[in-house]
Design a protein around this ligand. Structure first.
Ligand code: ADP
Ligand code: MG
Length: 358
């Protein structure tokens, strides 16, 4: 008698499904920004400019000078699983570009107002299109959903407004636009360090002052100085690990602080695997342990490492946010890196000892 009747099972509305799926890929404004940054880099850009309002919740704009998007592709640009980057499942084994599943822009269009302005070098003008829920829609005040011609330079500008406007629970979870801005600046800073030959700027909307500017010609150390400051840049030593075909390691390189540098605050390693900003907890732990032999207790290092792993040994398809990457022979590869780091830190240590003796 107390038993209720079973509730009826019914399919969710597609728009609800899409919104849920989008919220799993785009969790914060910084996630959206990372996807768009990677798209700009994939497009061969040498200049990327970012403007942010209210931590990216009100406005997120990224302007690049890459190859642009064909006008004819604009109609399907924001449909799920449309991409110019792969065409077969096997292509995932040799993925050279950042994006690969055509989900980012689609997702954003389900949880924000999205406007794309783009011009390819064979076009006489730029084209502007507005999207909602994966489809072209008329711009505010406009009648037609078709892309409209506008003046503009080669490249692409993506404008994301009112992110999470239709996901009120998510919106309420954001306490402080300042925190969200810092997350965005952190992502931009990481890519700015890693992306040789690309200039970056990042600023808050309405402010003249940029919180980040790097030039295309800047060296890696210059970039680290710009983003993380002179105290770190002055104490960097180079790391490099040679290829090991058996392990599927193509190589590893980067810069790490020597034992002269010890920060009170800890820095999340700036880690790129096959040019993707990722986290790798086992590597992070191994480095922290290694440094503990060189640094005073409770102090921290800064590390920037770029790993190249044979694409067929890397699983980039682990999670939609693509942050956590797994690869074969992880332990051995981490050991190789740590051996080199140990060697490099040891050398700096002895040269200091030598200097003080003489
Ligand atoms: P993916 O990057 O996985 O292909 P996205 O949703 O991020 O999926 O992008 C879909 C497609 O839109 C890309 O394959 C690319 O062709 C195009 N695109 C997106 N952003 C840019 C950009 N900034 N410049 C040129 N093309 C872009
Ligand atoms: Mg992409």
């Amino acid at each position: 008698e107390k038993l209720k009747l079973p509730p009826k099972i019914k399919p969710l509305d597609v728009s609800v499904i899409n919104r849920i799926a989008a919220g799993e890929i785009i969790v914060t404004p910084a996630n959206a920004l990372k996807e768009m940054l990677e798209n700009s880099i994939d497009a061969g850009s040498t200049s990327i400019d970012i403007v942010v309002k209210d931590g990216g919740l009100k406005l997120l704009q990224i302007t690049d000078n890459g190859h642009g998007i064909n006008k004819d592709d604009l109609a399907i640009l924001c449909e799920r699983f449309t991409t110019s980057k792969i065409s077969s499942f096997e292509d995932l084994n040799a993925i050279a570009t950042y994006g690969f599943r055509g989900e980012a822009l689609a997702s954003i269009s389900h949880i924000a107002h999205l406007t794309v302005t783009t011009r390819s070098k064979d076009s006489d003008c730029a084209w502007r299109a507005t999207y909602l829920d994966g489809k072209l829609v008329p711009a505010r005040g406009g009648a037609s959903a078709d892309p409209r011609p506008v003046a503009g330079r080669n490249g692409t500008q993506i404008l994301v407004e009112d992110l999470f406007f239709n996901v009120p629970s998510r919106l309420r979870a954001f306490r402080s636009p300042a925190d969200e801005y810092n997350r965005i600046a952190d992502v931009v800073g990481r890519y700015a360090i890693h992306s040789d030959g690309i200039s970056f700027t990042c600023k808050k909307h309405g402010e003249a002052h940029h919180s980040l500017i790097t030039t295309a010609q800047a060296s890696t150390i210059d970039r680290i100085r710009t983003v993380y400051g002179v105290a770190i840049a002055n104490e960097l030593v180079k790391v490099s690990v040679a290829e090991d075909k058996r392990l599927g390691l193509v190589g590893a390189s980067g810069y790490i602080t020597n034992a002269n540098f010890n920060a009170k605050k800890s820095y999340q390693p700036v880690l790129f695997i096959n040019h993707r900003a990722v986290t790798c907890d086992p590597l992070k732990r191994a480095l922290a342990q290694l440094y503990s032999a060189f640094l005073p207790k409770g102090s921290h290092s800064f590390t920037y490492l770029s790993l190249l792993i044979a694409p067929d040994k890397l699983d980039v398809n682990v999670h939609p946010t693509k942050r956590e990457v797994r690869f074969l022979n992880e332990d051995e590869i981490i050991q190789r890196i740590c051996d080199n780091v140990q060697h490099v830190l040891g050398e700096v240590d002895t040269s200091r000892a030598f200097k003080t003796q003489s």
